[in-house]
Design a protein around this ligand. Structure first.
Ligand code: ADP
Length: 486
């Protein structure tokens, strides 16, 4: 459809060019013949017509007019006149020279035009692609006539049909209702004083999507002395979203920073010392029960007290570490056997197991990692307590905690903690690691955020994966010490 329209247009253009060329030939022939001018004058005048036509018109029109010019030259000016015969050999040379020259001119000019057109088309394609890549459309706006010209990308940004003529009304209909008054005011104020403008606003598209745009325009006078705007519209939605999430990350960071300042440390300390404290209380109760027996079992009481001392020490280690953190002292790194750390943590969590079974599959090769023992225990403790919490409500299947360590091909130690708990939605997988994200009534949502920062501080990675069956697996890696055995 579009093709036939174009073909029709080019046919009529060529026909018009031929007609104009013929009229010019007729006029020149009439004048030169009337004033009895010799052959060279009409020859040059014909050549001028052919050059002009080649510059402006099509190759076909120039070729047709060239042949007609040869005919006129021969018929009206070369002896015998009023005949297409050529009497003198010198005249034959002149006619042939004219024919050759007009053919060369036509060919040359049409070639140059074609090259220029190709170059223009190429640069237009590049420009359109660059606009699409950068989500930037361009526009021109003649204020006096209201005429607006848009690039293809501008139509795409506004989701408007490129066949429609852009108008201010059409544009305003796309602008977010909350921004409309501001945009109108900015444009009107700028247009009154022929000033440049630069502002941001939102679009509300028919499908309900919201886009953020940055508009910049420069006012300049056109040839007629009226002024027009030349500008660009940039779709900055992706940048805006990134900025928003950066702001919310910054806000979270600020909240965390506030929490860790003196006086507000309570929340974070409470989270970390809660576990050793709970273990102290459990062991103290167990000790009391052993003492309350008719014949107190002093061996068990001694064991309970030992555990109380161990957990008490853990609590003070946690506090010492937090104090070191506040003083910005680096926590000590030592060569560790990760299996040992796992076993120590299991010993600490036995009190929480609450009927869940525990299985382990620990790596045979004793590969060492460099780390802070207490911090890594803290991470595992947190993952195991979370796993146990997730299995609390489970009644229709065995509650099973499975801990695995493995040396990976990339020379990293992998620790996996798998549960058969409630599991996670895919959307939650990353949210979990955000500070203050919790689904527990008493939760603080700090455990996984702190755990991830500890693991990343050790050069590793911590993430969650859904199980094939019910439940979740939390995994972390730590770089192994080159060629080590712990
Ligand atoms: P908290 O335990 O205080 O809620 P965390 O950062 O340790 O804070 O955990 C954040 C949230 O992640 C929990 O509230 C819970 O919804 C979810 N979660 C963590 N571990 C698991 C798990 N093993 N199974 C299911 N959900 C989990």
């Amino acid at each position: 459809m579009l093709m036939t329209l174009k073909q029709d247009q080019s046919f009529w253009r060529t026909a018009l060019e031929c007609l104009a060329g013929m009229l010019a030939l007729g006029l020149i022939t009439f004048c030169c013949f009337h004033f009895h001018l010799a052959v060279p004058t009409p020859t040059f005048l014909y050549l001028i017509v052919i050059v002009l036509l080649s510059l402006r018109g099509s190759f076909l029109a120039s070729a047709v007019v060239s042949f007609a010019a040869v005919g006129c030259l021969d018929y009206f000016f070369v002896r015998p006149i009023f005949s297409l015969r050529v009497g003198e050999p010198s005249d034959l040379v002149a006619v042939l020279a004219f024919l050759m020259t007009s053919a060369v001119i036509t060919r040359l000019v049409s070639r140059v035009r074609k090259l220029m057109q190709e170059k223009l088309q190429r640069s237009e394609t590049y420009l359109a692609e660059a606009q699409q890549l950068s989500h930037t459309g361009s526009f021109g706006w003649k204020v006096a006539t209201g005429e607006i010209i848009w690039s293809a990308e501008s139509f795409r940004i506004f989701q408007l049909d490129p066949k429609r003529k852009p108008t201010l009304e059409l544009i305003f209909a796309r602008i977010h209702p909350d921004d409309l008054a501001l945009v109108k005011q900015a444009i009107e104020a700028a247009a009154m004083e022929a000033r440049d403008f630069h502002f941001e606003h939102r679009l509300l598209l028919p499908d309900g999507a919201v886009k953020h745009l940055e508009v910049v325009a420069h006012a300049e006078k056109d040839d007629a002395g009226t002024f027009e705007y030349v500008g660009a519209v940039m779709d900055v939605t992706a940048r805006k979203r990134a900025e928003d999430s950066l702001h919310s990350a910054q806000a979270n960071l600020a909240r965390i920073a506030r929490l860790t300042t003196m006086g507000e440390l309570t929340a974070s300390i409470a989270h970390e010392v809660n576990q050793p404290l709970a273990a102290v209380v459990t062991n103290a109760n167990a000790g009391l029960r052993w003492l309350d027996r008719e014949t107190p079992d002093l061996g068990e009481v001694r064991e309970a007290i030992r555990r109380i001392i161990r957990d008490g020490n853990r609590g003070s280690e946690v506090i010492a570490r937090i104090r070191a953190l506040l003083k910005k002292k680096p926590t000590p790194r030592e060569r560790l056997d990760i299996n040992e750390v796992v076993q120590e943590t299991i010993a600490l969590t036995r009190v929480y197991l609450q009927g869940a079974s525990l299985q382990t599959e620990l790596a045979r090769a004793r590969t060492a990692v460099l780390g802070d023992r207490v911090q890594l225990q803290q991470v595992m403790l947190n993952l195991m307590v979370n796993a146990m919490d997730a299995m609390k409500e489970v009644t229709d299947r065995p509650r099973r905690l499975f801990i695995q360590t493995e040396v990976q091909e990339d020379n990293c130690m992998l620790v996996a903690i798998q549960d058969t708990g409630t599991g996670l939605e895919p959307a939650q997988m990353e949210q979990l690691f955000e500070a203050f994200y919790t689904t527990k009534p008493q939760g603080m949502g700090m455990g996984l955020a702190i755990s991830r920062s500890i693991i990343e501080g050790h050069g590793g990675r911590l993430w969650a994966e859904p199980n094939h069956g019910p439940g979740t697996t939390f995994k972390f890696t730590l770089p192994a010490v080159e060629g080590s055995t712990a």
